[in-house]
Write a protein that binds this ligand. Structure first.
Ligand code: HEC
Ligand code: HEC
Length: 158
């Protein structure tokens, strides 16, 4: 107990110093952090949670293997051991009724390459790969260029 308490107080004493060295380091190396160079001891007012785009418009994929963005809100849609709200609309058996696009065939293939009758467990947790788009500015700069644009640029150079 005594040992535990000593460690606790030692940690308490050390932590402000540790914090200062982190923020000083941040300024020195000029690393663009998501905290936008706010010292660790300070707290900026929060910007609020951005709105989810819920317009039901399928968005173009940036490359063929991209998991498509979810064009509808998924608030309250549970995916856990007992239920999976997403497959209630997106599984093969449900699409005629829900009018949702069926999950593609890759979602029925297990890791050995076998085609299954049911959704593969590798694709059970939909939100591992599929996300909503929010009305917000990118947090960091992104220099991604679509493959078709690259190919066009190349053919113009020749
Ligand atoms: C109530 C039915 C319903 C539920 C539940 C549902 N979806 Fe959808 N989803 C749709 C419909 C309908 C569309 C077609 C576009 C639209 O109308 O929004 C769609 C579109 C999509 C797309 C776009 C597909 C593409 O080709 O671009 C993705 C990805 C998606 N849903 C993922 C999910 C995930 C992940 C969940 C669970 C968190 C989920 N959906 C739950 C009905 C549903
Ligand atoms: C491990 C990543 C991963 C998981 C988990 C996953 N997906 Fe996908 N999904 C993808 C990728 C990648 C694509 C596009 C390429 C393809 O079809 O495999 C896709 C495509 C889709 C499409 C479009 C199908 C089409 O033919 O246009 C829908 C709808 C979809 N997924 C829904 C879901 C739902 C619902 C779940 C959960 C039950 C889910 N996905 C789980 C990666 C994933």
């Amino acid at each position: 107990m005594k040992y535990l308490l000593t460690t606790y107080f030692a940690l308490l004493l050390c932590s402000p110093m540790a914090m200062q060295s982190v923020s000083a380091n941040d300024e020195k190396t000029n690393i663009a952090t998501l905290r936008n160079h706010t010292p660790i001891e300070e707290q900026q007012p929060t910007k609020g949670i951005p709105k989810v785009i819920n317009n039901d418009k399928v968005q173009m994929r940036n490359y063929p293997m991209q998991p498509p963005l979810i064009p509808h809100t998924i608030r309250g849609y549970e995916v856990n051991l007992n239920s999976n709200k997403c497959i209630a609309c997106h599984s093969r058996q449900r699409t005629a009724e829900s009018l949702a696009p069926m999950v593609s065939v890759t979602h029925y293939i297990d890791r050995e390459g076998n085609f299954l009758a049911e959704l593969s467990l590798r694709r059970y947790f939909c939100n591992q790969c599929h996300v909503n788009q929010t009305e917000s500015k990118p947090l960091v700069e992104n220099s991604f260029v679509d493959m078709h644009k690259l190919m066009k640029q190349k053919s113009q150079q020749q």
